[in-house]
Design a binder for this molecule. Structure first.
Ligand code: MSP
Length: 477
């Protein structure tokens, strides 16, 4: 059975998850469910990035010891993913012992290659980004993302000879044009690698929180360097057996972290002699009034509040349908309500209710509710194809085209007229086609809207088929 290893970023735990974080989790969950249903052996890894200075600052604000703080927050994040039914296989924590060993093994491999040296670092550091900044990255002296002045740092650091890997990386981009997606991310990275990429600092002197640099206890490993290695640790690296999962099939990330994933990380892997990921896909941002949703800007939207108001599947539907994966888009409660009423309540919900109500009313026995027509099979295939291309919006749109088609089948056959004429066989034929179509929709939605898929399945296999006691999606005005 072919394996499929996919990852989400690991999240800083300095605040609770917002909708932007759940977005990657939901997309990853769709892929994981899709490939599992195809019989692939899936490893979906997510988790938390704990060795960050941001977490130290958050713990200080709460007057808590850092370890105690990250323990509590790791539980909060895990619960959020569990509550959303994100079917991860591992929930990774970077404070784990096995991770320390993996980071040190990776550094040892890179040292053996002669790629790490001790030097002086003088410059800016934004704790919000956990990133060293050049003068040109700042706007009026401030980090454009966090709107704060970076710290000025002057210290001894270990450096990674990233610039050694320029040609190798460019060759990888050329040989595997789909490795970094979408094209906007690929182009940005090609220009970064060609024109800007320099050696990077991979340690922080005198930083108490974080993984110790091998043989130099005074230094902590730079948090991004440690975080990226989580993808290796989950496979069991450096112990035997990690090869089962390596390399990564898909890294799903947000577009703000492409430099780390699409330049630094592949170079680290090249240095350590490890295979590069097959695909790295960078999605866009959810914004509110054009501004990225973020905990530091205070415009976060709590996904659980939306789940309570609507449901998990409604949230999944909205985030996957509204914005093409890879583009930015504004989060709007109005648009969510419109899509809910129009597409879920009136569209899918109404089709199911009215069809099953007619089956009940005209006492039709549906012989093979789960038999799928040629047209249904084609629709399911297209939906799967779009999922595999990360076009979740198109996958859902395809299902809704089929919903409109089934509505047309009913409206043109008019079973209520057929009933007046006593044409029971014709009624049975039409309603069988539509019920089987609904079953096909249930199947197509398996990975995208799992709860809805399950409800549909239960409704169509029930004998005798009855109108649902509650609508799948009750209108909300
Ligand atoms: N800890 C690093 C990732 C390390 S991975 C080896 C990090 N953490 S984060 O918590 O700040 O962000 C995690 C992910 O959430 C990133 O992919 C980021 O793009 C995503 N998002 C944060 N805000 C977002 C939106 N408003 N919209 C969509 N995704 C966003 O970076």
């Amino acid at each position: 059975m072919a394996k499929y290893f996919l990852t989400t970023p690991i999240y800083y735990v300095n605040a609770s998850p917002h909708i932007g974080h759940m977005y990657t989790g939901i997309a990853a969950d769709v892929l994981a469910r899709h490939y599992r249903a195809q019989g692939r052996d899936v490893l979906l890894s997510t988790g938390v990035d704990e060795n960050s200075q941001k977490n130290v600052e958050a713990a200080e604000k709460q007057h808590m010891p850092v370890q105690q703080y990250v323990d509590a927050m790791a539980d909060t994040w895990k619960k959020a993913f569990d509550d959303m039914d994100i079917t991860y296989d591992t929930f990774f924590r970077t404070t784990s012992e096995e991770h320390k060993s993996a980071v040190q093994a990776m550094i040892a491999a890179m040292q053996a290659k002669g790629d790490i040296y001790l030097g002086d670092y003088t410059g800016y550091y934004c704790v919000g980004c956990e990133e060293f900044k050049a003068e040109k990255d700042l706007i009026e002296g401030k980090c454009p993302t966090h709107k704060t002045e970076p710290n000025i740092i002057k210290e001894k650091n270990y450096f990674f000879k990233l610039s050694n890997y320029r040609d190798h990386l460019l060759k990888w981009y050329e040989d595997f044009p789909n490795a970094v997606q979408p094209t906007s991310a690929r182009n940005k990275m090609l220009s970064y690698i060609t024109d800007e990429m320099e050696d990077i600092s991979i340690s922080r002197q005198s930083q108490a929180w974080g993984i110790r640099f091998p043989k130099d206890e005074e230094h902590a490993v730079y948090v991004w360097f440690d975080a990226l290695i989580n993808y290796l640790t989950v496979t069991g690296y450096p112990n035997n057996g990690y090869e089962k999962w390596w390399p990564v099939d898909v890294h799903l990330i947000g577009k703000d972290i492409i430099k780390f994933h699409c330049a630094i990380w592949p170079a680290m892997l090249l240095s350590a002699g490890l295979d590069l990921p097959n695909t790295i896909f960078a999605h866009g941002f959810f914004t509110v009034n054009g501004e990225k949703i973020s905990k530091s800007l205070g415009n976060a939207i709590d996904p659980m509040q939306l789940v309570q108001q609507y449901s998990k599947d409604v949230l999944r539907y909205y985030v996957l349908r509204e914005i093409p994966f890879g583009s930015d888009g504004d989060f709007s409660f109005d648009r969510l309500r419109q899509r809910y009423n129009g597409e879920l309540a009136n569209g899918l919900g109404n089709l199911v209710s009215r069809t099953l109500a007619m089956v009940e009313k005209y006492q039709v026995v549906i012989e093979n509710p789960e038999e799928i027509s040629q047209q249904g099979q084609e629709m399911i295939k297209k939906v799967g194809g779009y999922i595999e291309k990360f076009s979740f919006d198109k996958a859902l749109a395809e299902v809704w085209i089929f919903i409109a088609h089934l509505d047309d089948v009913i409206d043109s056959a008019k079973p209520w007229e057929l009933a007046k004429e006593g044409k029971t066989e014709d009624i049975a034929r039409v309603l069988t086609e539509v019920v089987q179509g609904i079953a096909a929709i249930g199947k197509a939605l398996h990975a995208l809207l799992p709860d809805t898929s399950q409800s549909i399945r239960e409704l169509v296999v029930a004998q005798p088929i009855k109108k649902p006691s509650q609508p799948l999606f009750a209108r909300k005005d």
